[in-house]
Design a protein around this ligand. Sequence first.
Ligand code: ADP
Ligand code: MG
Length: 252
Amino acid sequence: MSELKVTDLTVKFAGITALDHVGFTVEPGSIHAIIGPNGAGKSTCFNVLSGVYKATSGSVRFGGAELTRMPPHKIAALGVARTFQNIALSRFQSVEDNVMLGRHRLMRAGFLSTGLHLPHARREDARHRARVREIARFVGVAEYLDAPVGMLPYGVQKRVELARALAMEPKLLLLDEPVAGMNGGERRAMAEVIVAARADLGISILLVEHDMGMVMRLADQVTVLDFGRKIASGPPAQVQNDPEVIRAYLGE
Ligand code: ADP
Ligand code: MG
C-alpha cells in the first residue's frame, strides 16, 4: 500500500506564493480532506500532485517515487487518478465511451488494431467494456451507459467523471470539489460512492471540498490551508474548533 507524503511544497506564480512550505501525509486507505477559503491553494496542490503544475521546491512522494518532476501520464501510471473542479468530459460521447477513456492506460492493443477490429484487440476491448459496466454500476450510472454525457443531470455527470477516474484502477484518487453545485440528494449519492471506493476498493482519497458537513462526515484527517500556508491539521472534530481555522473562515 502506498502512502502519499508531501513535504515543504512551495509553488510560486509571478508575484504570488500559491503554496508556502506545505506538508501533509495521506495514509494508505484513508480519506484526507484539504479545506480552506477561496484562493488558499487547494487546486494548485492538486495540480502539482497530478503533474499539471511544476513545484517551485519541495517533495511529493508516492509509494517511494518522487512525483514532482514527473509528467502527468507517468503519475497516472503509478496509480494516481484525479477529477477536476469543473467537469472535463466529452459531452457528445456516451457515458460508456467517456468511462472507457479511463481504461486506455491499461489497454495493450493500440488504437490502430482496435480500430481495425483485429481479434485480440476485440477481445481486450470486450474485457475492458465489461469492467466499465461494473464501474458504472458501482457509481450508480449504469442506466445511462448509452446516453450522451451532455444530456444528463449535473449530479450524474459528476459521478461519470468519478467512474472514469475509477476506471484507471487507481490507488489514490484526487477529488477536487466533488459535490460543488449539487443538491442534497446528489451530495448524498456522491458521498456514498466515495465511502464505497475506500471501503470496497481500498482506494486512498484526497479530497478538496467546501461542504463542511461532508468533510466532517467523510474525512479521517483534515489539512487546512489559508493563503498558501497550512494553518491546521488533524481529525475533523479537532480542526473544526481550531481558532485559526474559524478566523480564516470568517475572513477576519
Ligand atoms: P483554491 O483552489 O484554494 O481556491 P488555487 O489553488 O486555485 O486556490 O489558487 C491559489 C492562488 O494561486 C490564487 O491566488 C490563484 O490566483 C493563484 N493561481 C492559481 N493558478 C494559477 C496560475 N496558473 N497562474 C497564476 N496564478 C495562479
Ligand atoms: Mg480550487
